[in-house]
Ligand binder design. Structure first.
Ligand code: ADP
Ligand code: MG
Length: 156
């Protein structure tokens, strides 16, 4: 569950939100609609923790992790649908990237070996082994059929 309590946001004198309270509950898929400039993007930035609200709190269940993708969807053109979903887990993707770098070193040192071991354990702790199947389940739950998971924005 994602819980929004008493969120207000002001830019100077301008009040964008005043005392917003919402609970996003499991099993539902939510969309936010509103006129241009109404504050949709700003609200999502508050939800994801990118910016702080003037008042109020956003809370999730203990241990819950939030995945967030950039609003600029062109940012994922180089990746297929499944990869793009996984990129929402930025910390895991950083670990995967560093793991690839370390293993790709032509002069793999003892220190590199230790770092690789650390990265492997971080990867496992973060559910790295299940990340792909979790992303596939998430997409399927949203109604995106498996036949589309390997596709890219350019139609590949
Ligand atoms: N950092 C900021 N400082 C002042 N005003 C801002 C800032 N960020 C957004 N706004 C204003 O807040 C309003 C909501 O913006 P935004 O959330 O991008 O709207 P939407 O995504 O619904 O089109 C707009 O009027 C925008 O100009
Ligand atoms: Mg917007």
């Amino acid at each position: 569950m994602l819980s929004v309590s008493n969120i207000s946001l002001r830019y100077g004198k301008r009040v964008l939100f005043d005392d917003v309270n919402i609970k996003f509950v499991p099993g539902n898929c939510y969309g936010i609609i509103g006129a241009n400039g109404a504050g949709k993007s700003t609200f999502l930035k508050i939800l994801s923790g990118e910016i702080d609200a003037t008042t109020g709190q956003v809370s999730t269940n203990p241990g819950a992790r939030m995945s967030v993708l950039k609003q600029n969807h062109y940012a994922y053109d180089a990746y297929n649908v499944l990869e793009a979903v996984m990129m929402g887990n930025v910390k895991l993707m950083d670990v995967i990237r560093e793991k690839d770098e370390v293993y790709g070193k032509p002069d793999f040192s003892e220190a590199d070996g230790l770092r690789a071991a650390e990265l492997e354990s971080l990867f496992a702790e973060m559910g790295g082994w299940d990340a792909e199947s979790n992303a596939a389940s998430l997409l399927s739950d949203l109604g995106v059929k498996e036949e589309h998971h390997g596709k890219k924005n350019d139609g590949d």
